[in-house]
Design a binder for this molecule. Sequence first.
Ligand code: UD1
Ligand code: CA
Length: 469
Amino acid sequence: MNDLTVVVLAAGKGTRMKSATPKLLFDAAGRPLGTWPVGVALALHPARVVVVVGHGRDDLQQVLRTRFPHAPLAFAPQKEQLGTGHALRCALPLVPRSTRRLLVLCGDAPLVTPAPLRRLLARARGRTLAMFTSAVTDPAMYGRVLRDERGRVTRIVEHRDATPELRLVREVNPGVYVFDPAFLRNALRRLGRGNVQGEFYLTDVVELAARTANGVADLPVPFDDLRGVNNRAELAEAEATLLERIRRDWMVAGVTIRAPQTVRIEADVRLAPDVELGPGVQLLGRTTVARGTTIGAGCVLRDVAVARNAVLRPFVVATESSIGPGAQVGPFAHLRPKSTIGREAHVGNFVETKNTVMHPGAKANHLAYVGDGDIGRRTNVGAGTIFCNYDGFGKWRTVLGEDVFVGSDSQLVAPVTVGDGAYVASGSTIVEDVPPGALAVARGRQVVKPGYAKRLRARLAARKSRQHN
Ligand code: UD1
Ligand code: CA
């Protein structure tokens, strides 16, 4: 659509968020809020998307450029936030001359989708202005849509400027418009600031458009998809809708989700069919899950790649890691960044990994810390084993070869290497390398004194009675 340009108004501070973070950088379902409307704008394939930026300008520009690297984006600075009309005026120098239809979106309305926008664009043909309107039960702070006796839109009155009677109007302005650019250039010059907020209101343009021969076309739409985010309560509501859509799409694509309302799947997560997610699962960031994998209740995965047919039992917490095909992890396992769990490897309950490779078939099934480790194929790390990777200054690696057996309650003081097929006896503190095939025992030798228990009891009982007399 080369005669289409979209302007996204995104310079406002978001005062009602009460935050040092600019509103449009708040997270909504795993993406900064402001990327949602810009993404929808780009989906319409316009000649250009002009984003009006002010508060948090540098950060927002960077976020958008990173997210949409080859998109026809342009940024129009608005130095002082003098209102939505002023913001759109700042965008005009970047609107190509060939533009016949100018779509305006608000940066703080993340729920709008391309389909109703296409209908609005169709409605706009030959009209000065086409706009959405919504009938609502609670008009809150939104601008009210006023109509004449023939039902034509005549103007918008902002909530703050509305008399008590006008506040009773329950038809509101969702803030989405398609303008005839020739009209708009002229109309924006005529705006004044004679209102409660002392701002240039874009909404005042509606009255000017209504007076033109081609007039205003309105398209009633359900408000749920157009809600703006002005405070954190509204952010939570909007995010809930985004997450619900994401879950629905995945379920339709073949993913089973138990108790879906409790499950968070962020927007950049990718899932295959026949993945199953238990209640309370959170899949965050760029997590991917391949076919046939089950993720149990309460697992939280951020930027994790899970391969086919893996089983994550409940309450696995994993970050920036990968889990191989057929691997079994949890319950209650913690994979910290750079953990690579190989094919059919096992990481059991209360096991913590970090910057660790578990090669195929390796196992650490119970109560272990195996940080900065390299655990060879089929090697078994016994219960209670600790890789002592930190000496207070640096981090060091523990390297276990293939088919190694580490007995329970051992410590491996890194840097240390245990060769293929070696055995480490239970309760050992290993400080020196163990060659392949060797048995390392590093603990006090057991002493057994036959019959000694009886004598020991007698001695202890005598001491106790002395103390009491
Ligand atoms: C605006 C509309 C209101 C409508 C509502 C829908 C006006 C005057 N009012 O009110 O009728 O019901 O949206 O959500 O237009 N912005 C700038 N520069 C500015 C001011 C705002 O870029 O100087 C941007 C904001 O970042 C935001 C958008 O414009 O993304 C809307 O601004 P906001 O102050 O939230 O307007 P509302 O009071 O919600
Ligand atoms: Ca708003």
